[in-house]
Design a protein around this ligand. Structure first.
Ligand code: COA
Length: 360
C-alpha cells in the first residue's frame, strides 16, 4: 500500500508521510493471512538457507504483539507447522523490541549450555491493530516476518554483548488500552475504539531518538569495541528522522545504517530481522564484520546486541533432496496434527451426544 493509496482513504499525502517519516509504502497481510502463517514462512526460509532439519531445533521464540490468539502462543503454532518435535516454544512480548529481546534470550539459552539450536522469529501484523481512520498512526505501520537460527559454536564470532532496557512509566505513550485484564473487551470498548493502538507520537519520538544512540553506545562499549569498529548498524525501522538523529549523535554516516523503512514502514518485531536478512542477501554483511542490532518500542522497552558475523552467507542453499526432505517433514507435521486432533474432536462429539441423550 503506497502513500498515495492511503491518501485515497484518509486526509493525508505522500509529501507529509515521506517528509515526516521517510515511509513510502508498506505491505499489508491479506484478510485471511495471520502472524503465524508469516512466521512459519519466514522460519521455513531460514531452515532452507541454514540447511537445518527442523527436528534438531531445541527452542522456538517468536517476538510478537499480534499473535494469532492471546493464547496459545504463536510460537507453538510455528513449532507444530515446522515439525520441530523436540522444541519448546513461547512468544515474547517486548513490542517493537521483541526480536532483539528474543535474540538475547535465545543467545542466553545457548550460552547456558542448555540448548544448541534456537529459532528466533520477529513477526507482526500491526495493520490489524491500527485504527484506519487515525492518520497519525495507521500511516506508520506495515506487516512482516523474518527469522534467524542461532547455533552453538566455538570461535570468536557470535554475540559479543547484549543490553536490555525497560521504563514501564512510559507505558501509556504507546498502548492498546483494551483486551487485557485491565479493560477486557466488551461492546463498549469496541464502540470507543479502545482495542486500537494509541500513541503519543512526539513522546515516543523523543524517547526513541535518545535511547537509540544511548543503547548503541553502551552495547559497543560493553563489547570492548569502539564505534569506528562497527561495520553496520541495523536499527528498528520506525522513522527515518529517528535513525538520522541517532546517526548524528553517534557521529556516524548514514551509510553505516540499514534503512528499508521506505518500503515496509514500521513492522514492529519484524523490522530488525527483515533489515538483517536483506543486508545479508544484498551482500552488505560478510563474515568477520561487527554489527549492532538496536531497537526500541512500547513498554517502554529497548534492546541492543553487538555481534560478529560468523557465517558466509550462501546463496546456495541446501541440496535438492534436503529441500524435499524438509517438504515431507512439513507435510508429515500437518498429518500428525490432524491425527492428534481427530480423536480428541471425536471424543468431544461422542460425549456431547451422550449428554444430549441423557437430557443434560
Ligand atoms: N497526514 C497529514 N497530517 C498529519 C498526519 C498524516 N498522516 N498525521 C498527523 N498529521 C497532522 C497532525 O494532525 C498535526 O496537525 P495540527 O498541527 O493541525 O494539529 C500535524 O500533522 C503535526 O502533527 P505532529 O504529531 O506534531 O507531527 P510530528 O512531526 O510529531 O510527526 C510522527 C508525527 C508520528 C510521524 C512522529 O511524532 C513520530 O514518528 N513519532 C514516533 C512514532 C513511532 O516511532 N512509533 C513507533 C515506536 S516503535
Amino acid at each position: 500500500m503506497t502513500n498515495d493509496d492511503l491518501a485515497q482513504i484518509l486526509e493525508t499525502s505522500d509529501g507529509w508521510i515521506k517528509s515526516r517519516t521517510g515511509i513510502e509504502r508498506r505491505h499489508i497481510a491479506g484478510p485471511g493471512e495471520t502472524t503465524a502463517q508469516m512466521a512459519i514462512e519466514a522460519s521455513r526460509a531460514a531452515l532452507r538457507v541454514a540447511d537445518v532439519d527442523p527436528r534438531d531445533i531445541d527452542l522456538v521464540i517468536v517476538g510478537t504483539v499480534t499473535p494469532n490468539h492471546i493464547f496459545p502462543a504463536t510460537a507453538c503454532q510455528v513449532q507444530d507447522a515446522l515439525g520441530a518435535v523436540r522444541a519448546g516454544a513461547f512468544d515474547l512480548n517486548a513490542v517493537c523490541s521483541g526480536f532483539v529481546y528474543a535474540l538475547v534470550t535465545g543467545h542466553q539459552a545457548i550460552a547456558s549450555g542448555e540448548h544448541r539450536l534456537v529459532l528466533v522469529v520477529g513477526a507482526d501484523t500491526m495493520t490489524k491493530m491500527v485504527d484506519w481512520k487515525d492518520r497519525s498512526t495507521c500511516v506508520l505501520f506495515g506487516d512482516g516476518a523474518a527469522a534467524v537460527l542461532l547455533r552453538a559454536s566455538e570461535g570468536s564470532a557470535g554475540v559479543l554483548a547484549t543490553l536490555l532496557g525497560s521504563d514501564g512509566s512510559g507505558g501509556d505513550l504507546l498502548t492498546v488500552p483494551a483486551g487485557g485484564s485491565a479493560i477486557p473487551v466488551s461492546a463498549e470498548t469496541v464502540e470507543r475504539g479502545l482495542h486500537y493502538l494509541r500513541m503519543d507520537g512526539q513522546g515516543v519520538f523523543r524517547f526513541a531518538t535518545r535511547v537509540m544512540a544511548q543503547a548503541t553506545e553502551q552495547v559497543v562499549k560493553k563489547a570492548g569495541l569502539k564505534m569506528q569498529d562497527i561495520d553496520l548498524i541495523i536499527p528498528h525501522q520506525a522513522n527515518l528522522r529517528i535513525i538520522s538523529t541517532a546517526a548524528k549523535r553517534l557521529k556516524l554516516p548514514m551509510d553505516r545504517f540499514v534503512v528499508n523503512l521506505q518500503e515496509y514502514g514500521n513492522t514492529s518485531a519484524a523490522s530488525v530481522p527483515i533489515g538483517l536478512c536483506e543486508a545479508v542477501e544484498s551482500g552488505r554483511i560478510n563474515s568477520g564484520q561487527n554489527l549492532v542490532l538496536v531497537s526500541f518500542g512500547s513498554g517502554l522497552t529497548w534492546a541492543a546486541v553487538a555481534l560478529r558475523w560468523g557465517v558466509t552467507p550462501s546463496k546456495a542453499i541446501s541440496p535438492k533432496y534436503r529441500i524435499w526432505w524438509r517438504w515431507l517433514l512439513y507435510r508429515w507435521a500437518a498429518i500428525h496434527r490432524w491425527l492428534r486432533q481427530a480423536p480428541r474432536r471425536l471424543m468431544v462429539r461422542i460425549i456431547r451426544t451422550a449428554e444430549k441423550q441423557n437430557g443434560h
